[in-house]
Design a protein around this ligand. Structure first.
Ligand SMILES: Cc1cc2nc3c(=O)[nH]c(=O)nc-3n(C[C@H](O)[C@H](O)[C@H](O)COP(=O)(O)OP(=O)(O)OC[C@H]3O[C@@H](n4cnc5c(N)ncnc54)[C@H](O)[C@@H]3O)c2cc1C
Length: 465
């Protein structure tokens, strides 16, 4: 049995690791376009900030570790074409030669590529790029390009286009490096994956750390700054009210999301699904025989919404593991995502799981969202913090649909969202959260945990209506 995995990030490596685990005798080859297998790209902002002191520290495992597990790594090797009938993969080797790799099972883990929005100056033959101080961010290669700009051009200021979680993490990283940061977001509030009420708290946190936050601001053009000025680049934008605004800065980072990288699988005839991601069943099989796929390149099964596209590292690891096991004859299913995520913004953290009202409505559910607050631990013990919470439940059944939290980074926001994610995963009613036997000691919690306080606030409101 020869398993070939394409892609050396979360999905491809997880598939390869699982295959070796369930069948230590199987031959596993991982084809990786770059030289950085099993790197934690989620950690890039912390390398840029300087908190992670060397890029090599971002590796989940070293090449030596991976090879010791029995993985054949083909680095700087790009998969070009899948011959499904012959079960052969055409690759280009580092010296530019074509080579055919025979496989019994193939796992496609080509991931995602950053979206290049329609901004003048980003496209066309005269497009500005890393050499001009204009960057996108997804890979280790992109990271090295950003570090080159930071180290050689010593920029004093930057515009970050986009205020999703990566944009926020990078704002913090660049502030840590002493840059004056302007964050431009075309939507009305930052971190649009949470309700604007919590987004506003994130906004205040950014502003409190000196970031100029311009929401409702669509970037139209990036160009070289006029000669004679101090800055390198000019960013032109228009506000929701139609006013033009300009910022001259030394560096621009465009982080407005990703799209699935599906060319290879689609050219081989694989069906595409939601948002043009590769269609897979719950066992991660594609429509092509002996070809599985996982991670940011595939459609995500959402436990409450069905077919969706939620590119996240946690999901890519789980799907890759399922694909690796099933490639060797297993019968696993990806249990589904709830879109659970958390982001640190300076001293605070914002998290969400499950659905917000508009998503519940799109799924045909009659939801209610209730805002509340609670202390992370007993207020009489020093260092307590308030947590802002938003609970969303189904009015008809009382089922918990979603939770959003915002609070201090030491207020266990991440672990509290995980309680909510576990409850939603198991279909619990909001009211039933109060029955959970959660831990308590005054320096770390309260007899009713914050999550239970939020659940009780929701239940009270739901009864009133
Ligand atoms: C800055 C940043 C921060 C993030 N933070 C978080 C976080 O905190 N939490 C979270 O859950 N997620 C986070 N993510 C998202 C997470 O990193 C991705 O969801 C995850 O890496 C997806 O893994 P993947 O294996 O599907 O694809 P990718 O990571 O996109 O990797 C694709 C792999 O395929 C290779 N490849 C592509 N085409 C070919 C080809 N033709 N031949 C050979 N190889 C090929 C690439 O070189 C790469 O190795 C973050 C992402 C970024 C960029």
């Amino acid at each position: 049995m020869h398993l070939v995995a394409i892609g050396g990030s979360d999905a491809g490596i997880s598939a390869a690791l699982r295959a070796r685990e369930v069948s230590p005798g199987c031959e596993v080859t991982v084809v990786v376009a770059d030289a950085y297998p099993n790197f934690s790209i989620c950690g890039i902002p912390y390398y840029v900030s300087g908190e992670v002191t060397h890029w090599r520290n971002l590796a989940h495992r070293s090449i030596f570790d991976l090879e010791a597990i029995g993985m054949g790594l083909r680095l700087q090797t790009t998969a070009r074409r899948i011959d499904v009938a012959a079960r052969k993969l055409l690759v280009t080797t580092p010296d530019g030669r074509g080579e055919l790799l025979a496989y019994d099972k193939l796992v496609v883990g080509t991931g995602a590529v950053p979206v290049r929005p329609p901004i003048s100056g980003l496209d066309g033959p005269a497009a500005l790029g890393a050499g001009d101080g204009v960057h996108l961010l997804h890979s280790m290669g992109d990271t090295f390009a950003i570090m080159r700009t930071l180290d050689t051009a010593s920029p004093a200021s930057a515009v970050i286009v986009g205020a999703g979680y990566i944009g926020l993490e990078m704002a913090e990283a660049l502030v840590a490096r002493g840059l004056k940061v302007v964050q431009m977001e075309q939507l009305p509030e930052v971190l649009p994956t949470v309700d604007p009420a919590l987004g506003a708290l994130v906004h205040a946190q950014l502003a409190g750390h000196g970031v100029e936050v311009l929401t409702g601001t669509a970037v139209q053009a990036i160009s070289p700054a006029p000669a004679g000025g101090q800055a390198r680049l000019r960013v032109e934008a228009v506000t929701a009210g139609g006013d033009a605004l300009t910022r001259d800065v030394d560096m621009v980072l465009v982080v407005v999301g990703v799209r699935p990288d599906t060319g290879l699988a689609a050219d081989a005839g694989a069906e595409l699904g939601f948002k043009e991601a590769i269609a897979v069943d719950r066992g991660m099989a594609t429509s092509l025989p002996d070809v599985l796929a996982a991670g940011d390149c595939v459609v995500t099964h959402h436990r409450l919404l069905g077919e969706n596209y939620l590119p996240l590292g946690t999901t890519a690891h789980k799907q890759g593991r399922v694909a690796g096991e099933n490639a060797l004859g297993g019968n696993r299913e990806f249990a589904g995502s709830l879109g659970t995520q958390v982001v640190k913004i300076f001293d605070q953290a914002a998290a969400r799981t499950g659905l917000r009202d508009h998503e519940a409505a799109a799924a045909g559910l009659d939801s209610l969202t209730v805002a509340s607050e609670a202390d992370d631990h007993k207020a009489y013990y020093p260092g307590s913090h308030r947590i802002a919470m938003r609970f969303t439940g189904d009015r008809a059944t009382g089922r918990l649909l979603g939770v959003q939290l915002f609070g201090h980074r030491h207020a266990e926001v991440a672990k509290r969202i995980d309680i909510a994610a576990t409850a939603i995963f198991h279909g619990m009613a909001v009211e039933a959260l109060s029955d959970l036997d959660l831990s308590y000691t005054p320096p770390l919690g309260s007899p009713w945990d914050a999550i239970q306080v939020g659940a009780q606030a929701w239940t009270r409101q739901a009864r009133l209506r």
